[in-house]
Design a protein. Structure first.
Length: 180
């Protein structure tokens, strides 16, 4: 059903946030392709005041308001239990799949992917071990990951530490900023 955006309110229990650069991309996405909202409506429930509270689509609601939309499509989940609503709020934002970066970079326009909000990793060629000279051969192996923004780095730090703890006992990472 289509409802006035003034009848929809964000969920105060929503644990997700959106950073400025991502929010700008989301707003642009909605402006460029508003029909997408028809195929992916907000999931809401009706509160005691008769307003629709968002379970899925809080960031889309925020961006839609910002770009000046007056109405949005919603799907009601009024028949769900409180536990189901809480479960959906989390599960709707969990990304179970992983990107095939090789396929994306070889078969897709990477500028479009970036424009659409996909954060592409910066891939650098690894040096061949035989090309290393002198002291470099005796240093521990390392990897450099370059982020576009401090916010991206901050978002990645927990994921990196979790991966190290889970799979690479004894490994560690360090962070530096600016040109070295």
């Amino acid at each position: 059903m289509i409802v006035k955006i003034s009848q929809i309110k964000p969920n105060p229990k929503n644990p997700r946030t959106i950073r400025d650069d991502k929010f700008q991309k989301l707003m642009k996405s909605i402006q460029d392709f508003p029909q997408m909202l028809e195929k992916r409506p907000l999931v809401c429930f009706t509160d005691t005041d008769g307003k629709y509270v968002v379970l899925g689509g809080n960031m889309r609601l925020k961006a839609s308001k910002e770009v000046g939309l007056k109405e949005l499509p919603i799907i009601l989940a009024d028949d769900w239990t409180e536990e189901q609503k809480a479960e959906f709020l989390i599960k709707d934002n969990v990304g179970f799949g992983e990107w095939d970066w090789d396929q994306l970079t070889s078969e897709w326009d990477t500028e479009k992917l970036d424009e659409w909000g996909l954060d592409l990793p910066t891939i650098m060629d690894e040096p061949d071990f035989d090309e290393l000279i002198g002291e470099e051969k005796n240093k521990p192996a390392s990897m450099k990951i370059t982020f576009k923004t401090v916010e991206q780095l901050q978002e990645a730090e927990n994921d990196i530490q979790e991966l190290i703890d889970r799979k690479y006992n004894g490994a560690f990472y360090s962070v530096s900023a600016g040109e070295i």
